[in-house]
Design a protein around this ligand. Sequence first.
Ligand code: NAP
Length: 253
Amino acid sequence: MSNTLFDLSGKVAIITGCNTGLGQGMALGLARAGCHIVGVNRRSPDDTRQRVEALGVEFLSIQEELGSIAPIPSIIEKAEQHFGQTDILINNAGTIRRESALEFTEKDWDEVLDVNLKSIFFLSQAFARACIAKKQRGKIINIASMLSFQGGIRVPSYTASKSGVLGLTRLLANEWASEGINVNAIAPGYMATNNTEALRKDPQRSQEILARIPAGQWGTPDDLAGAAVFLASDASNYVQGHTLAVDGGWLAR
Ligand code: NAP
């Protein structure tokens, strides 16, 4: 069944951190809707490339480390050179450090804020400048977290960064909605990826978390595909500055 509201045929999406986890799930979701993918990763995204190409769309790989904003201009340039356009940006790459607030180091603060907040702001800025220069519609999707709404524990820089993502999503929407750019975010709940491996390996924490999820199970990368396609497509043209929880009901508890 084809539904033009959600059709992404011929569109081009830049997705950071899509070699694995939630980024891979969203890349496959968009590819299933007909979208070409530009994967920005610090290591090889071969598994994602193969699975995206098997869906009949193109995959362009750009290898970059996002702990610095230096590579950002060249990311947009390479994507535009290859495809002639970029329509969607998913700021997904993210990292986490776990330590008590009393012991937390400046290094663990900076490394998380640089990837999770600074790089998404400057990548969004470069993407929006390119859209505005071409008078073209754009879709930005930032990946937030339950810790955009809640405090969490032993993850101070992660909570600061993801709370920042929610605020920044609203600010960018306020500035760019009139330019035809939608800026929204997805807040995943507790999902089974590398990011939560330590939690899932801790029997007590794992049980506590599972018992609190109304859906009764950890989410998977596939669970984000529908929300990503919605926010990337014409179906969400009048949705601005919203952070959509995909959390099995966690926030409803
Ligand atoms: P993941 O499997 O660890 O994926 C994180 C991605 O970000 C990987 O591709 C990783 O690359 C990339 N990345 C990290 N630091 C980077 C850097 N300095 N430069 C370039 N890429 C970097 O975890 P995930 O759960 O899929 O995380 C995806 C996003 O969802 C993150 O923003 C995370 O905070 C958010 N999130 C996850 C959950 C959850 O429960 N899993 C919940 C809420 C929000 P490598 O593979 O090379 O490390």
